[in-house]
Design a protein around this ligand. Sequence first.
Ligand SMILES: Nc1ncnc2c1ncn2[C@@H]1O[C@H](COP(=O)(O)OP(=O)(O)O)[C@@H](O)[C@H]1O
Ligand SMILES: [Mg+2]
Length: 279
Amino acid sequence: MKIECCNVSYRYDVPGAGWALSDVDFSLDQGEKVAVIGPAGSGKTTLIQLIDALILPVQGDIRYDGQSVLSLSKAGRLSSIRRRIGVLFQFPEHQFFHETAYDELTFTLQNFFDLNEGEIERRAREVVGRFQLDVDVLRQISPFYLSSGEKRKLALASALLSSPEVLILDEPTAGMDASGRRELIRLIAGLKDVTIILVTHNLEDFLDIVDRCIILSEARLAADIRKDHLIRSLDVFQSAGIVPPLVLRVQDWLAKEGVNLPRTVFDMDQLIGLLRHSR
Ligand SMILES: Nc1ncnc2c1ncn2[C@@H]1O[C@H](COP(=O)(O)OP(=O)(O)O)[C@@H](O)[C@H]1O
Ligand SMILES: [Mg+2]
């Protein structure tokens, strides 16, 4: 699904509120992976709520395969947009409320899709199998008994159960330890055909798997940069009030010191490998 944000502005309906997003314009093709970064309060969560059609633009429009979100009824937004988008909200485990992990996993499919129990279980086994979780165990235990890494995986599996064309992730690795982060990133990296919109404070973690980076600053789109150009755009990060990823800062510094590498790399281990070979 092609998603076009056309000069989108949004203001929360509270007294004295300014623009939470102002004149944001970009488009995403099916399968693109984009990181959305920006300081706290810059509008990241607002943007993904707009893309998920949970809230509607106050000005501008969002088009999904050309269809305006403003042309759809609430039911139409659910069937034409929201069912095609999977969302992993920030700290999803704080919203768990089912008795068993299996019910937590399948809640959306049970309630918003017209599928029989057999089909739901088949999908659950297929997705959960990739995640080193076991449906039969999930049926027996409370989601609260899972480890923090397993809780996050359960929430991601739940978002993927409906085979979404688009996956939105709001700070998916926040609060996780290094091994949990690595595993989650590996799972996300495996979603080749899915459009991924990923809000993160740890761009470093995801640099290897994204194609593009959208930088928000004070409700505006400060930059929309293809990954290959990031190394030449470090000043954009600085002026938006974000520290650029270390792996890029090191390469920038090396270039200034006259050390020219054959290509830009986006992962610290790869950078170390390149430096070893170029000695
Ligand atoms: N529910 C809300 N009601 C009123 N203002 C809000 C609400 N949610 C966010 N805001 C305001 O909108 C702006 C953007 O917030 P948000 O999209 O949450 O930013 P981010 O996710 O980048 O931290 C901020 O000024 C924030 O205070
Ligand atoms: Mg946020």
